[in-house]
Design a protein around this ligand. Structure first.
Ligand SMILES: [Zn+2]
Length: 143
């Protein structure tokens, strides 16, 4: 990915973070996912007084993309507040990211400017996925 594309994706995650609804944890998160269609889909965490109903920023961004017909992603950016190091997606979000590919690049950052680049394959090796098409597994091995 070009540096300009990465910067734009990170900027969109920072903008989405402004909409985070986190009155309970005060932990505001923003996410932006770049689809193979070239579009950027954003999300923020949305908490609920019944805590288990809370949905993370990453999943909202991905679900928005999927609901608009995009199922392949080039990269995902996630931003958290500056007191906690660069963002790290939770296990549920890692599984959702993995659902749509094993090559998605992750740009993890915080509002203090710390950044970390990784991949979903690195963060979730040997992921649970018993229903994948064999052809998809084979094509990923060739990369
Ligand atoms: Zn999560």
């Amino acid at each position: 990915m070009k540096k300009q594309e990465i910067e734009l994706l990170c900027q969109k995650a920072i903008e989405a973070q402004q909409n985070a609804y986190a009155p309970y944890s005060k932990y505001k998160v923003g996410a932006a996912v770049l689809g193979e269609d070239g579009r950027i889909y954003t999300g923020c965490n949305v908490e609920n007084v019944s805590y288990g109903l809370t949905v993370c920023a990453e999943r909202i961004a991905i679900f928005k993309a999927v609901s608009e017909g995009c199922r392949k992603f080039r990269a995902l950016s996630v931003v958290v507040q500056d007191n906690s190091g660069p963002a790290r997606p939770c296990g549920a979000c890692l599984q959702v990211i993995r659902e749509f590919g094993n090559n998605t690049k992750l740009y993890l950052l915080n509002t203090a400017g710390q950044k970390k680049q990784t991949t979903i394959a690195r963060l979730l090796p040997m992921a649970f996925h018993p229903f994948r098409e064999k052809s998809e597994e084979d094509s990923e091995k060739k990369k």
